[in-house]
Write a protein that binds this ligand. Structure first.
Ligand code: PNS
Length: 164
């Protein structure tokens, strides 16, 4: 049976930190499903379609499927018959929330395992929200965003109100 993991997140936008996790996961799993949260209550800076397009571009050549979901992640896991959730951990500050989510998700769907992968040290400080802020003020985001989508992200951040 093919080994599949689900890497869920907001990806608003995908960063080199996300891409690093996906590349490393692709060595362990036959398929990495990157699942973008569609949250009707939180519009985000990039539309879900834009985020998915950028992930597809950034992940070209990798065994990646890009999709989106709304509602509960555990419901998505059951609907798709998948049972491994992958999350990246950057620092101790991520741990508390991730621990809480993993515990609650385990209660909701005990058959699903949440696995954590530590980010590489050079990516530990990167977050989509800070990249949005830097880009919105015209700062250089080239070290934080995959090269294949950098221009798209740069122009979008300059022309939209994305400082949140
Ligand atoms: O990239 P993010 O914003 O850190 O990803 C968070 C995400 C999408 C994994 C999390 O918010 C999520 O799973 N949302 C779906 C709703 C859900 O299942 N909530 C219960 C969590 S215990």
């Amino acid at each position: 049976m093919a080994a599949v993991c689900v890497y869920p997140g907001s990806f608003d936008p995908i960063t080199v930190g996300h891409l690093d996790i996906i590349q490393r996961a692709a060595k362990l799993y036959d398929t990495v499903i990157v699942a973008v949260l569609h949250n009707p209550g939180k519009q985000g800076c990039f539309s879900v379609e834009q985020r998915m397009d950028m992930i597809r571009t950034a992940c070209q050549g990798l065994p990646v499927q890009v999709t989106c979901f709304d509602g509960l992640l555990m419901a998505f896991m059951r609907e798709t018959g998948t049972n491994v959730v992958l999350r990246g951990l950057r620092a101790v500050s991520d741990f508390e929330m991730e621990f809480q989510m993993a515990q609650l998700n385990h209660q909701l769907a005990p058959e699903v395992e949440t696995l954590f992968m530590m980010t590489t040290p050079q990516n530990a400080y990167i977050s989509s929200s800070l990249v949005r802020e830097i880009g919105a003020f015209g700062g250089d985001i080239s070290a934080f965003i995959p090269a294949s989508i950098e221009e798209t992200v740069r122009i979008h951040l300059l022309n939209n109100d994305c400082q949140k």
